[in-house]
Design a binder for this molecule. Structure first.
Ligand SMILES: [Zn+2]
Length: 104
């Protein structure tokens, strides 16, 4: 079961992508059972043994929880499509649609 992704996590990931502290993901990743000593690049919590962890193919030795990876990937796609927010702070329609598809 995937935990709901809070807005605060999405906001954190978005901010870190903008600052260049998290790489923009290309999309594909390895998924597997965690050995239990990797730390999630997104939320910084340890990925416990036998939880599913994701390792982006273009970012080896970086790991994330499945829910965090999903948020990270969604934010990466938004960054690539629309690096600058609309002037009034709202997101474009296409971005919302993309986001919706990740939250179900
Ligand atoms: Zn995480």
């Amino acid at each position: 079961m995937v935990e709901p992704i809070g807005d605060s996590l999405r906001d954190t990931i978005r901010a870190r992508l903008r600052e260049g502290r998290l790489p923009v993901l290309g999309g594909s990743a390895w998924a597997g059972h965690a050995p239990g000593d990797h730390r999630c690049a997104c939320c910084h919590r340890t990925i416990r043994a036998n939880e599913i962890e994701y390792e982006p193919r273009d970012q080896p030795a970086v790991y994330a929880h499945i829910g965090c990876f999903t948020a990270w990937l969604a934010e990466s796609r938004l960054m690539e499509r629309r690096p600058i927010m609309e002037a009034d702070g709202t997101r474009a329609e296409e971005s919302r649609e993309l986001e919706d598809s990740f939250e179900r």
